[in-house]
Design a protein around this ligand. Structure first.
Ligand SMILES: C[S@@+](CC[C@H](N)C(=O)[O-])C[C@H]1O[C@@H](n2cnc3c(N)ncnc32)[C@H](O)[C@@H]1O
Length: 145
């Protein structure tokens, strides 16, 4: 059965700016976003809560932007200088995997390049997006791993 756009429930997880949510809403989707922080645009299409509490609410698509602080390659050196970060890394991996394995038919998780300790658990990225592919003058990805 095919759904009309307005029947497609989109969850933009870990987003308080509303930028991705509003891009979907402008195109007619039933899009909502969720973050622990208040919505920057004071939108009614917003859940201020732990996203894990609403993952089972019948979404058709989720785009998530989880914190990358402990997962990203650019911060890997700190794991060896601040040993307490290994526990935070485990928590970040658990959170990432909970989003990835949510019972939602279509899932996209956006993050910077992960380091090798994160990749061992969350897997390799399946797609790289560069700002210059969308009209910007900068490149983000430095590692092809
Ligand atoms: C890297 S920021 C992404 C911001 C996003 N790109 C935006 O435009 O608003 C990660 C966000 O994840 C949120 N976050 C962290 N843990 C969360 C959770 N359990 N449930 C919902 N949001 C969470 C943080 O509050 C933070 O705003």
């Amino acid at each position: 059965m095919s759904l009309k756009k307005s029947q497609i429930k989109v969850l933009v997880a870990c987003e308080f700016s509303g930028i991705v949510r509003e891009a979907f809403r402008k195109r007619g989707f039933n899009a909502w976003s969720c973050d622990l922080l208040p919505a920057e645009d004071e939108s009614p299409y917003y859940y201020q809560c732990d996203v894990r509490d609403i993952l089972d609410d019948g979404w058709n698509l989720m785009i998530a932007h989880p914190l990358c602080t402990y997962l990203c390659n650019s911060g890997v050196r700190w794991l060896h200088e601040r040993l307490e970060r290994w526990k935070k890394l485990d928590e970040a991996i658990d959170f990432f995997l909970e989003l990835l394995n949510a019972s939602i038919p279509h899932i996209c998780i956006e993050n910077p390049i992960p380091h090798k300790y994160a990749r061992e658990k969350i897997g390799k990225p399946t797609q790289y997006i560069q700002p210059y592919e969308f009209g910007e003058y900068v490149s983000k990805k430095r590692d092809c791993g």
